[in-house]
Ligand binder design. Structure first.
Ligand code: NAD
Length: 479
């Protein structure tokens, strides 16, 4: 007999303890070979003054077992608390968030009977790095960071996932028509990697129309890969239109650790009332069993759950007259699933998991690209309203090598030759460089900044402008 696999669990807050109890009972009945280490996370840890919501013991356990089955937690409102989910994802490098959304018609109401989509969301980058600043009285910024190695990892993961799970198509959602550098890179990497997977169809949509099509005809999608923010939003929408967010599980996969959790929250409104649906956490646990190479238990448990859903034994959140047969509480639902271990669904497609090699990713190859400093954007906080007045002042401090090219306000060119209708805030960007982006050095930029300071301007940020292999690495100033 093989040894039990150690896993870390956390019961979390609200309905967390009830649904975790339910899932552990079902895992045991389904023959999962696991040994549980329990850690405290969430509200009570935050309230002890640990701002990440994870105690040092919890980190140790996670490092030891490398597998985390997590119930939802309540994040206290207000500043001073970090999101435990974001901390765990980024600290342990959980780069891929895998969120299947499948419909179970006619047993759970949905407008989309044939929906079976897996959203693979990049989990570490984009606007989730938490780098935000207030720069002026009127303007706040959030940095969107997209890296080539991060994008290669998530896109390759999506294609490997499709291969391993017998999926036919991978679609990429981006907004590269607007964010030509960040989302442009994501799409470029997608197109490069897609060529290596000739047996898998690849296509892409601009996120807005892609999202509309996903909501309208989800059956036309298979695996969809996308940057963090879009994936966060669209995976909840996908889960909801498939039937209910309460049914969806997720896996957060990293090279060293994997975390499995339902996508819903701690539902404090129904906590302790035996009303919670444990299905989201249970389906996450099924993903965990597949990940730790226990496909027999995963298959038994998933099929018992499908058979229970088919039997119309439903918790209140999915119960519906005419569709469901009996409304049950968390405990009764758990007993029903356990009583059906060994059975397969009659109408819904039965699950059949196999031992696999798992998904292994190549290390990203670093290619050196020659980079030259070619100019600078200097952002200033200026209280005036007339861009021409500002432009004239700045022309006088512009240098031979670093000439003022343009001034923009929230990205709109306002000098020279701006439009009188453009609305201006107190946040101005002054772009400097030569017309043909000849190389400059740091000293020239420092000298320019000294002139800004000498002229009494509050420069709130500078952004160097580089060319890479002769190609400009910054967005051009629009009209
Ligand atoms: P929620 O998902 O907890 O609840 C939304 C609604 O769905 C509620 O009416 C709730 O009763 C219902 N619901 C959710 N899960 C259910 C289930 N399994 N069975 C039956 N009904 C269910 O979202 P919320 O109310 O916005 O958030 C509550 C708390 O959860 C907040 O503190 C939030 O920060 C936290 N949260 C945690 C996670 C996580 O730990 N991964 C995720 C989302 C929200």
């Amino acid at each position: 007999m093989s040894e039990n696999k150690k896993i870390t669990i956390a019961r979390g807050d609200g309905i967390g303890p009830e649904i975790m109890d339910s899932v552990l009972h079902i895992l045991e009945a389904g023959g999962a070979k696991i040994e549980v280490e329990e850690i405290d996370i969430g509200e009570k840890v935050y309230l002890k003054g640990i701002d990440t919501g994870l105690s040092p013991d919890a980190w140790d356990s996670l490092r030891r077992t490398k597998i985390f089955l997590k119930a939802p937690i309540t994040t206290p409102r207000g500043s001073g608390y970090k999101s435990l989910n974001v901390t765990t994802r980024t600290a342990f490098g959980l780069f891929a968030n895998v969120r299947p959304a499948q419909s179970y018609r006619p047993f759970i109401r949905t407008k989309h009977p044939d929906m079976n989509v897996v959203i693979i969301r990049e989990n570490e980058e984009d606007v989730y790095t938490g780098i935000e600043h207030r720069q002026t009285e009127q303007v706040y910024q959030c940095l969107k960071l997209v890296s080539r190695p991060g994008t290669e990892k998530i896109v390759r993961y999506a294609f490997e996932y499709a291969l391993v799970h017998g999926r036919k198509k991978v679609t990429c959602f981006v907004k590269d028509n607007i964010m030509k550098f960040t989302d442009g890179l994501f799409l470029q990497v997608f197109n490069e990697i897609a060529k290596e997977y000739q047996d898998i169809q690849a296509d892409n949509w601009i996120i807005d129309i892609g999202a509309a099509k996903l909501a309208d005809t989800p059956e036309n999608f298979d695996v969809i890969v996308m940057p963090n923010l879009y994936g966060d939003i669209l995976s909840d929408i996908a889960a909801q239109i498939a039937g209910s967010v309460g049914l969806a599980g997720s896996a957060n996969i990293g090279e060293h650790l994997a975390m499995f959790e339902a996508i819903h929250g701690s539902a404090p409104d129904i906590a302790g009332k035996n009303l919670a649906n444990p299905s989201g956490l249970l389906l996450s646990a099924v993903m965990m069993l597949v990940h730790i190479q226990q496909p027999e238990a995963a298959t038994l448990i998933h099929n018992a759950w499908l058979r229970t859903i088919e039997s119309g034994i439903h918790t209140a959140d999915i119960f519906e007259q005419g569709i469901s047969s009996v409304r049950v509480g968390t405990k009764e639902f758990t007993d029903a699933v356990i009583s059906k271990i060994g059975m397969k669904p009659h109408e819904l497609k039965a699950a059949q998991y196999k031992y696999g090699k798992g998904i292994k990713l190549n290390k990203a190859v670093r290619v050196h690209v020659p980079k030259k400093l070619a100019g600078v954007d200097i952002f200033i906080d200026w209280d005036g309203t007339d861009p021409n007045e500002l432009g004239k002042k700045i022309e006088t401090i512009s240098t031979e090598q670093l000439k003022l090219q343009a001034i923009t306000n929230r990205g709109i060119k306002v000098y020279p030759e701006g439009l009188p209708e453009s609305f201006c805030t107190d946040h101005w960007r002054c772009r400097f460089g030569s017309a043909d982006w000849r190389e400059v050095d740091h000293e020239q930029i420092i000298a320019l900044l000294k002139k800004f300071s000498g002229a009494g301007f509050d420069f709130i940020k500078t952004e160097n402008l580089y060319t890479f292999n002769g190609t400009i690495g910054f967005s051009e100033v629009g009209a």
